[in-house]
Design a binder for this molecule. Structure first.
Ligand code: GDP
Ligand code: MG
Length: 160
């Protein structure tokens, strides 16, 4: 078996999905990963990771003028997160739907935030908001060699 290569092919859509520290502390890791697995997307990268402050600031740089920014950085760096790269056509928009609205009280039942959270400041999961940001965020959170190139045996049963 040849060693798994680690690069994202640039033509394939990928989303950066992250279980935030509250999701890890509350024991929701399996439940959240399971929703993406069952939907039928392909997991290309996964790690438990303590996020340094600088990385959290870079990831959320578009929000740095917002009043809640310092609290957001404290939250994201308050414990380990689960970093994931998920792949598939339409994965970015679909993952946003699976995750639900930013405010969990407004998120529909059946979504991750709708089912598992009550506050915007503890909304358990992140998902990229565009394919470009998916690429940017995966490059930010994963190092070369941390993504696996593989195909699932389920693929022919998911994609005609
Ligand atoms: P998302 O794309 O649905 O995660 O939402 P945004 O990109 O607008 O915000 C990023 C993250 O910042 C959210 O998921 C929340 O964790 C946090 N956030 C956004 N708005 C607020 C707010 O008003 N208060 C607090 N405490 N956190 C917020
Ligand atoms: Mg966002």
């Amino acid at each position: 078996v040849s060693p798994r290569r680690i690069v994202a092919s640039s033509d394939v859509e990928q989303s950066y999905i992250m279980i935030k520290p509250d999701g890890v502390q509350r024991g929701l890791v399996g439940e959240i990963i399971s929703r993406f697995e069952k939907k039928g997307f392909l997991l290309k990268g996964l790690k438990l990771f303590q996020c340094p402050k600088e990385l959290a600031q870079e990831h959320y740089k578009d929000l740095k003028e917002r009043p809640f920014f310092p609290k957001l950085i404290d939250y994201i760096t308050s414990g380990p997160v689960i970093c994931m790269a998920w792949e598939g056509d339409g994965v970015v928009a679909s993952a946003r739907k699976l995750i639900g609205a930013t405010n969990p009280l407004q998120a529909e039942p059946g979504t991750i935030r709708g089912d598992l959270a009550v506050q915007t400041g503890r909304n358990v999961v992140h998902g990229s908001d565009s394919p470009d940001n998916g690429k940017r965020e995966i490059a930010l959170w994963f190092k070369e060699g941390e993504l696996a190139q593989w195909e699932s045996v389920q693929t022919p049963w998911l994609i005609e």
